[in-house]
Design a protein around this ligand. Structure first.
Ligand code: C2E
Ligand code: MG
Ligand code: MG
Length: 715
């Protein structure tokens, strides 16, 4: 509301009659609702220039201005300001002039004789506020138009009563179409929508028009002029009558093709393996879960999971390069995919691990069906892979598990994994079908692994010593140090815990512990005169230990710490380890052997070494595996094998140690074959150092003759 103490309004009066000016001024002064500052121009020309200054809030213009009219002045003075508040004052009422004034945008048309202070004040006030509202509206329309032009969206405005739609130039532009000519029928829109998406769009429109949704939102494909389908997002809002009936609906159209493409790329990347393009573990688990849900609803639906691991894949990476390894994986993925049905899922779920989800619902014998797929996969992988210039042969171990009621996806995959490990235990290129006993074995193994870790970390692994005896003289040539499970724990034999130590890498610290303990013991025995200076200590070394680049350093460090000469130390390396990687062996061994440390070939006869390969290593003895000695009586071949090993070894200048001598007859026979050394329960079981000291104190001068009299002690 206008109150007297607000800022005064400036009023320009263009009036050629001075009396009328005075009357007007008087009227404005006589009212007390608002304050006015009145400027007066008495002719057209001065009025025009005052209007041009644009410094008045309102204009009062007399209709008669000499030769011209007030409307001429409005036309000329306000051409660029159609929203200016202008009131025409006239001496006589004329409807035609009134109409003309309205058409010019004049706010009011007042008869001078009807005027009084209050009506004039009110008219001025209305003129000002009305024009202010018009200006605001124009500004907001301008702003809206600017915004519509700035956003990338097309605009549409649908008059539901005439069923015509206005589509903005941008709307057409988004679809590659030329600018529109006037409004169009809605079919101009719907005809471009993909037929599969049209019902959805219509439903969404209907839902909003009927008031079931607060706004329209619909995603659908639309055909671009270039023939491609684009993903579009349409949003809209209805304008309603008081009874809720929609009369108009307007909204926007945005091209979201790129956004959708980026999203689906992200989605693809999140669920697919970048190297092979196969589904990854996450997607595999998702599909597996869905499959298991289906089999819950339909008990006839059955599934099998195959867990596949490429055997010795690490060797490919290590021996060639990761690029070769990658190619091999891509090639393997392609071959596996080729031998399964299109509906089955093949996924890469780890480095060299793949999983296959098979729907076996139609198979009469699901296990047999899964096995046949496993065989097909193995056959397909067995063909040579040509990668760069390398010819690679691979095998894969496969574990199979079949769905059972209520099994979870994670368990089904885990069972297949367990079965795969079981398959590997029996050698490469095999498959096994999961059964519960495997699960128990794995659980036991895990428990054992934890125990072993604790035993190693807390240095609880003990060392026992078994003498190696000169069969001709009965003198002790040396000892073999053997690892033993911690005292007081439920017994576990080295044949069980050493392989676990090898697989878990615990063999490194375990072996070092045995080495240090054994050399310290030997040093003590030497100092106390219990053993002669040339008595050796043999330490078992696993292949895995040789992978450790610090191994030579550790051995030399232990020798130095114990203060024994290097040449009393022997490393027992199995024939298998020796032959598998002779180059690596040579590297490691040459460093150690430079200090006099010798090698013994353990478990000889069980592998396939050619003795000729041996002379590049400082091997001074072969240990004949105890299986040959044990089967002397039953198997004539054993004797032949032992004799030929002896002959070969001697021709190469090597000594031979026979393992596992338990009977005097075995001893006799070995002696008669010319075998130099032996160890076995007949002489002594492996014993703790304190027990061995007692044995040593009473070791007979020539025990060989009475070897069987040496009391066997418990392990
Ligand atoms: P190995 O190196 O061939 O050790 C000889 C095995 O024969 C020992 O078994 C020993 O107790 C056993 N033995 C000795 N004389 C007789 C006999 O007259 N009759 C029978 N039946 N057995 C006899 P053990 O101690 O159970 O060790 C088994 C294997 O575990 C060893 O075979 C060796 O390969 C491995 N091992 C033991 N300690 C270590 C270690 O500290 N490091 C590594 N890497 N391997 C070890
Ligand atoms: Mg040994
Ligand atoms: Mg052995």
């Amino acid at each position: 509301m206008i109150v007297a103490d607000t800022k005064p309004f400036s009023v320009l009066l263009v009036e050629d009659d001075e009396d009328d000016y005075l009357i007007t001024r008087d009227m404005l002064e006589r009212q007390n609702r608002a304050r006015f500052v009145l400027d007066w121009c008495s002719d057209y020309g001065t009025g025009l220039s005052a209007i041009g200054e644009q410094c008045h809030d309102v204009y009062l213009i007399d209709y008669r201005l000499g030769q011209s009219t007030g409307l001429d002045l409005v036309r000329e003075g306000f051409a660029s300001r159609p929203q200016a508040p202008v009131i025409i004052l006239t001496g006589q009422s004329d409807y035609q002039i009134d109409l003309e004034a309205t058409a010019l945008g004049v706010t009011d048309f007042l008869l001078k004789q009807d005027l009084n202070p209050l009506s004039l004040e009110r008219s001025i006030r209305y003129a000002i506020s009305h024009q202010q509202a018009l200006r605001d509206l124009a500004r907001s329309e301008e702003r809206y138009a600017l915004a519509a032009r700035a956003v990338n969206d097309g605009i549409w405005d649908w008059d539901l009563q005439t069923d015509q739609v206005y589509f903005s130039p941008r709307w057409h532009n988004v679809l590659g179409r030329a600018d529109p000519e006037g409004d169009e029928h809605p079919s101009a829109w719907f005809d471009l929508v993909h037929e599969d998406d049209l019902p959805g769009l219509r439903n969404n429109i209907e839902a909003h028009l009927s008031g079931r949704t607060s706004h329209l939102q619909s995603e659908h494909r639309m055909r671009h002029v270039d023939g491609t389908w684009r993903s579009m997002l349409t949003r809209g809002l209805a304008v309603r009558e008081i009874d809720g009936r929609a009369t108009r609906m307007a909204g926007s159209l945005s091209d979201i093709t790129e956004r959708r493409r980026a999203e689906s790329q992200l989605q693809h990347d999140a669920f697919n393996d970048a190297l092979t393009g196969l589904p990854n573990r996450a997607l595999f688990m998702d599909r597996l879960e869905q499959a298991l849900c289906r089999s819950k609803r339909d008990p006839a639906a059955g599934y099998a999971v195959l867990f596949l691991d490429i055997d010795r894949f690490k060797l490919v990476n290590d021996s060639f390069s990761h690029a070769v390894g990658d190619h091999l994986l891509i090639g393997s993925a392609a071959r596996i995919t080729q031998v399964v049905r299109p509906g089955d899922t093949v996924a890469r779920i780890g480095g060299d691990e793949f999983a296959i989800l098979l729907d076996d619902s139609e198979a009469a014998d699901p296990a047999q069906f899964a096995i046949s797929v496993a065989e097909r996969v193995q056959t397909s992988l067995s063909r040579v892979f040509n990668v760069d210039d390398h010819r690679l042969f691979v095998t894969a171990s496969i574990g199979i598990s079949l769905s059972v009621p209520d099994i979870s996806a994670a368990d089904l995959l885990r069972n297949a994994d367990i079965a795969m490990y079981e398959a590997k235990r029996y050698g490469r290129g095999r498959y096994t079908v999961f059964d519960e006993s495997m699960h128990r074995r794995v659980a036991n193994r895990l428990e054992r692994e934890n125990d072993l870790r604790q035993a190693v970390q807390q240095s609880l692994i003990r060392v026992h010593y078994q003498p190696v005896v000169d069969l001709a003289t009965g003198r002790i040539r040396g000892f073999e140090a053997l690892a033993r499970w911690p005292e007081g724990w439920p017994p576990v034999s080295p044949a069980d815990f050493i392989p676990i130590a090898e697989e878990t890498g615990l063999i490194g610290p375990l072996g070092l512990h045995v080495l240090r303990t054994a050399l310290t013991t030997l040093a003590a025995w030497r100092r106390s005169g219990l053993v002669a200076d040339d008595v050796r200590m043999s330490i078992n070394v696993s292949g895995r230990q040789l992978d450790n680049p610090n191994f030579p350093e550790e051995v030399l460090g232990a020798i130095a710490a114990a203060g024994v000469p290097g040449d009393v130390v022997r490393l027992e390396i199995t024939e298998g380890t020796f032959m598998r990687e002779p180059e690596r062996m040579a590297r490691v061994v040459s460093e150690v052997c430079a200090c006099g440390v010798g090698l013994e070939l353990d478990d000889f006869g069980t592998g396939y070494s050619s003795l000729a390969a041996l002379h590049q290593f400082p091997v001074d003895a072969l240990k004949i595996d105890r299986s040959f000695v044990a089967s002397f009586n039953e198997d004539a071949d054993s004797e032949v094998i032992v004799r030929s090993i002896l002959a070969l070894a001697h021709s190469l200048g090597l000594k031979v140690i026979a393992e596992g001598i338990e009977e005097p007859e075995q001893l006799e026979r070995l002696r008669s074959f010319g075998c130099e050394y032996g160890q076995g329960y007949l002489f002594s079981r492996p014993l703790a150092s304190a027990e061995m000291e007692t044995v040593l104190e009473s070791w007979p001068a020539h025990p060989a003759a009475h070897a069987h009299l040496v009391a066997p002690s418990p392990i």
